[in-house]
Ligand binder design. Structure first.
Ligand SMILES: Cc1cc2nc3c(=O)[nH]c(=O)nc-3n(C[C@H](O)[C@H](O)[C@H](O)COP(=O)(O)OP(=O)(O)OC[C@H]3O[C@@H](n4cnc5c(N)ncnc54)[C@H](O)[C@@H]3O)c2cc1C
Length: 456
């Protein structure tokens, strides 16, 4: 079977490449290969009753399938160059924002129009943050919410399914370079194409490493973010989340001059497990639907760890720390801030008596046995700094879940068109190490599609 364009991975990057190509060039023969299932077949077996924790399914319904890792996410599309990736370093700041706005228009067209766009422009919180040694980063954020995000993805699939050949439950084994394109090998056979776009996200990182090795593509890797997810009564952060929804706040610690930052804020949301290659870490969601909102808000506090030579395996370091928490707690550990400060573990009884009701059934324990001191000290300092702009964050009953790890894919060496040294072979989205977010990954998909279209 021969195609014009073969796309590997049906996450936001792959979907937006396919969408752009199919819309603008309906004459093209396009294939999308995806390890996971179709959207409606993606179902995580954890129901909180019979199955309470991850059973390591052969294909993770949360991370793989149409919609990628973003399918059940909170659907926060941040339009900014300040975080979410470094796409602007390749394509320029204006182009990156233009494409993120273009993606937003498409999301609105396919079901997201009723959702709210929040912005930091002109907010008084910027000054309040500065006065308390905190920095509020600039961004606009479209909050689709998990429910509307799912609807948008369903509508995009309906739009694409007759224009693109989708191969679900089809992990690509390897890619070979041909004289006039590429050959993709998978259980369903051999497929050839002139162009190949790889968009395999975080879950495809190990596979991506092999592809780079096989094809002699240079890579580099030196960063991992570690921390905890904080859960507080929503009312404590309402002033900020009502106006901004998601605020990215950075604090420079006094002790070590490390940067600690808030990440993935979920007002009235829930804390969830995340499984990456069999390691259970923590994450968060929230819903647009009023009936699914909770009384709690959660967000991560993360510290970036950059390594220098000779150590190269930053993700391996993050995985080891996550494994340690899995070893001690059988999964995610939860601890009251008051217990952490008093140097004692949390117990079932203390969590039960807690005024903040946990939204995730995690194992009460001691995060100081898991996280390196320097990282934990930074997180504690930041909790007190946040307490100044939102009194109550440093309450004894504030819940900390750990560990939250933000793994970064190794960075693949790409040119300004996101193309590898091999003509016609592109790497986009989180799998490239260039992006770490829905909007950047989607924008990179559109960008590459437009580059291919221009070179046809
Ligand atoms: C729980 C959760 C919540 C999140 N919330 C947000 C949020 O609110 N806002 C935000 O900006 N970001 C969020 N993120 C991150 C966001 O989902 C990712 O940045 C985004 O999905 C990256 O898109 P992508 O297309 O690059 O990769 P992915 O979405 O990871 O998609 C890659 C796809 O490739 C497939 N694949 C992998 N290897 C192969 C192979 N060998 N052959 C075939 N297919 C393969 C995978 O199955 C997957 O479906 C969240 C992530 C998670 C897990």
């Amino acid at each position: 079977m021969r195609y014009d364009v073969m796309i590997i991975g049906a996450g936001p990057g792959g979907i937006f490449s396919a969408y752009e190509l199919a819309e603008k060039h309906p004459e093209l023969k396009i294939a999308v290969f995806e390890t996971g299932h179709t959207l409606e077949k993606r179902k995580c077996p954890i129901d909180g009753k019979k199955i309470k924790s991850c059973i390591n399914c052969p294909t993770c319904a949360i991370m793989n399938g149409f919609g990628g890792a973003g399918a059940f996410s909170d659907g926060k599309y941040n339009i900014t160059n300040d975080f979410g990736g470094t796409l602007y370093e390749y394509i320029g700041r204006d182009k990156a924002i233009e494409l993120m706005e273009y993606v937003d228009d498409i999301n609105c067209k396919y079901g997201g129009a009723s959702t709210k766009m929040y912005s930091t422009a002109g907010t008084s919180f910027k000054k309040i943050c500065m006065q308390n040694k905190l920095t509020l980063l600039d961004a606009s954020v479209r909050h689709l919410g998990t429910d509307i995000n799912y609807i948008v993805l369903g509508n995009l699939y309906n739009e694409l399914k007759d224009k693109v050949d989708f191969y679900f439950d089809t992990p690509v084994d390897r890619i070979d370079k041909l004289e006039d394109g590429y050959c993709v090998r998978c259980a369903k056979g051999l497929f050839e194409g002139k162009y190949c776009i790889i968009s395999v996200g975080r879950s495809g990182s190990k596979w991506m490493e092999h592809v780079c090795e096989d094809l002699g593509i240079e890579t580099s890797s030196n960063r991992v973010d570690l921390g905890v997810r904080v859960e507080i009564p929503a009312v404590i952060f309402d002033d900020i989340t009502d106006e901004l929804y998601e605020s990215k706040i950075v604090y420079r610690t006094e002790k070590f001059e490390d940067n600690v930052r808030t990440f993935c804020m979920n007002p009235h949301g829930i804390v969830v497990n995340e499984n990456t290659n069999g390691i259970v870490t923590v994450n968060g969601h929230s819903f647009e639907d009023e009936s699914r909102k909770t009384d709690n808000t959660n967000f991560a506090l993360l510290v970036s760890k950059h390594f220098s030579l000779p150590f190269k395996d930053s993700n391996g370091y993050g995985e080891s720390i996550a494994r340690l928490s899995n070893m001690l707690g059988g999964g995610v550990i939860v601890q009251r801030f008051g217990d952490l400060e008093r140097g004692r573990r949390s117990t079932e009884k203390r969590i039960l008596e807690c005024t903040v009701q946990p939204t995730l059934a995690a194992t009460p324990g001691d995060l100081s046995l898991v996280l390196p001191k320097r990282i934990l000290d930074g997180i504690i300092e930041m909790i007190y700094a946040l307490d100044k702009i939102a009194p109550g964050v440093a309450n004894d009953d504030t819940l900390l879940y750990g560990v939250e790890v933000k793994f970064y894919n190794m960075e693949v060496k790409l040119d300004e068109n996101l193309m590898t040294k091999h003509e016609g072979l592109y790497v986009i989205g989180d799998g490239s190490g260039v992006t770490h977010s829905l909007s950047h990954a989607s924008a990179s998909g559109v960008y590459v599609a437009q580059h291919i279209a221009a070179s046809l």
